[in-house]
Design a protein. Structure first.
Length: 277
């Protein structure tokens, strides 16, 4: 019987914006706009004999005067990571393996907290960090400060598919977000669950038939269903390759037993803090 893992959702901070800012342009218009905090998330994978951390959140240097990307209100940084681990009975010294879905500054910002850990990410993502494209520079997607940091750490480059442990498999799925984005397929008590990183940010993008969103506090807000033009998923504004996005989402859906929320886990979905995985 394959090893089963429990997935714990970790709160590493948040950034706040009106839903209209990320609402897909060809979707039916919102009847009511509202502010929706998008959390910076990490995930703790726990089995009978091992703990693995997925992503490390945003570094506080990217939050100036309480504001992050786009001058939007935000909070986050190393203290949030340490607090989230403490809530789960862990310290940073307990983390021996860190999987990074990609190396953007809000997912790989606190690698320095884990100098003794082994970091696992895709080789192509490392190349993208070293040579970002102009649009990635404009958005400040990557923190060049982690380059020397990671060079001094233990790194294992994945190149496509990699089994980190029984029941934890990595797949390179660039998905249009970065050159080496990967998803993490985890065997749980309910079957495979896939951590998407930022290929999809929210449930309503991964599941266009959604008619409501749930915020970080459990409040529900009505939204119109996404346009059928988009098909089974909706690319967000930081998807640079729509062809890669649709190819990735098609493959990912084949990995899970049910095509519904709770099996595909977007990288900034607020309801995860209420419902878990």
């Amino acid at each position: 019987m394959m090893k089963e893992w429990e997935i714990k959702v970790l709160y590493f901070g948040k950034i706040e914006a009106s839903l209209s800012l990320v609402w897909p342009p060809m979707s039916p218009p919102l009847e009511e706009d509202f502010s929706m905090a998008a959390p910076y998330l990490g995930f703790l994978l726990k089995s009978r004999d091992r703990v693995i951390l997925v992503d490390t959140g945003i570094n506080e240097k990217f939050i100036v005067d309480g504001k992050a990307w786009g001058m939007l209100p935000a909070e986050g940084g190393a203290p949030f990571v340490e607090a989230a681990l403490k809530e789960n009975g862990l310290s940073r010294e307990d983390i021996e393996t860190v999987i990074l879905t990609h190396l953007h500054n809000d997912h790989a910002g606190n690698c320095g907290l884990f100098p003794k850990a082994r970091f696992i990410f895709q080789k192509d993502e490392w190349h993208n960090l070293l040579s970002p494209y102009p649009h990635q520079k404009i958005r400040n997607d990557y923190d060049e400060g982690i380059i020397e940091e990671l060079r001094n750490f233990k790194i294992s480059f994945a190149d496509g598919i990699l089994d980190v442990d029984e029941g934890v498999r990595l797949y390179k799925m660039p998905g249009g977000h970065s050159q080496g984005s990967q998803v993490v397929c985890v065997n749980t008590a309910k079957g495979n669950v896939v951590l998407l990183g930022d290929i999809a940010l929210f449930n309503f993008l991964a599941f266009p038939q959604s008619t409501e969103v749930t915020d970080m506090h459990g409040a529900k807000h009505a939204i119109p269903q996404g346009s059928s033009i988009y098909g089974p998923a909706i690319p967000h504004t930081v998807i640079y390759d729509s062809f890669g996005f649709y190819d990735a989402m098609s493959q990912i859906r084949a990995m899970v037993p049910k095509d519904e929320p709770g099996y595909l886990i977007p990288g900034h979905e607020p309801s995860l803090l209420v419902n878990g995985v």
